[in-house]
Design a protein around this ligand. Structure first.
Ligand code: FAD
Length: 283
């Protein structure tokens, strides 16, 4: 038999071999990973054995935390793991979507830091990350009516933004209001300085709104007025490169590694995630 015919036969065998599934105590069909059904059905008893001997574990949420917990449990022999996911997709705040011939991240995008960072630890030897510049400070400001803000005004306003960020550590230590209130207070204070006297107030206020939204996006919150000012200082950066990207493949790369996806969409979590299932109450 030639090598090619052997490979074709092997592929046909793999295609015909069914995955071994059993019904759990609730009658839900669960895939038994690692077992392929052969004619003897022997796998079912083996599979059942594994399931019956390990505790049933339900994980709420198939975001990075849930996926990480589930895959770790599986590696430690806990086979009876199910994830309940409210949405119709996994990933939670990690959402990489196709865009043109590449991908874009709607949520998490960069790997921040190289020490004490579980994400970096997981991928550091796999050549998946590269240094990336987070944004280009030369961006133009465009008003909702399409008017492009002149470079002088733009530079001045961005300067206030930078100053507020730089002074955050000192100012927020004893600040008792929200991060949004802090940004606004110091922004308005800066505007009173002579150097900003010629800046159009309407444009300045529009810029403040943009600035607050940018901070909200970085904080991962809906409203910066919900974020504690002082609490913001508790965030500790992991040392090392703060802006590493996934070479155009998106943050979902790290979830794919955890799930060990090869040709299967959900890898070792195949048939273990119950989508569109929101946990409503816990008794
Ligand atoms: C805009 C944005 C940018 C970010 N940028 C970065 C970045 O560049 N780098 C970085 O490292 N981090 C970044 N983060 C943070 C990172 O995305 C999160 O820390 C991480 O994804 C959180 O994962 P998680 O599993 O803990 O929570 P989530 O991702 O929120 O997952 C929780 C999951 O649980 C599900 N769920 C919730 N309630 C229920 C329920 N009752 N029943 C069933 N399912 C439920 C949700 O649908 C969701 O899928 C960013 C976050 C945002 C929002």
């Amino acid at each position: 038999m030639s090598l090619i015919s052997f490979i074709i036969l092997l592929l046909i065998h793999q295609l015909l071999a069914q995955e071994c599934t059993i019904k759990d105590r609730d009658g839900v069909e669960i895939c038994c990973p690692g077992f392929l059904k052969d004619q003897t059905n022997e796998c079912v008893s083996k599979c059942k054995n594994v399931f019956d001997k390990t505790p049933r574990i339900l994980i709420v949420g198939a975001g990075a935390s849930g996926i990480s917990a589930a895959t770790r449990l599986l590696h430690h022999g806990f086979e009876n793991v199910t994830l309940l996911e409210a949405q119709n997709r996994f990933g939670g705040r990690i959402s990489t979507i196709p865009f043109g011939d590449s991908f874009i991240d709607l949520g998490a995008e960069w790997c921040h830091g190289q020490e004490n960072n579980a994400v970096f630890e997981l991928v550091k030897d796999k050549d998946l990350l590269q240094h990336s510049e987070p944004w280009d400070e030369s961006y133009k400001l465009v008003r909702s009516n399409g008017e492009i803000v002149d470079d002088y005004t733009s530079k001045k306003l961005k300067g206030i933004f930078e100053k507020i960020q730089e002074n955050k550590k000192d100012h927020l230590k004893n600040y008792n209001d929200s991060l949004g209130a802090y940004n606004k207070e110091y922004f308005l204070k800066a505007l009173e300085e002579d150097t900003y006297a010629t800046i159009d107030r309407d444009i300045a206020m529009e810029f403040l709104e943009l600035f607050q939204k940018e901070i909200a996006s970085a904080e991962g919150c809906k409203d910066v007025y919900d974020v504690s000012g002082k609490g913001n200082l508790q965030f500790k950066e992991a040392p090392g490169d703060q802006n590493m990207d996934w070479k155009g493949k998106g943050y979902v790369t790290v979830l794919n590694i955890l799930m060990e996806t090869g040709c299967r969409d959900l890898g070792i979590l195949h048939k273990r995630i119950l989508f569109n299932n929101k946990l409503q109450t816990l008794n």
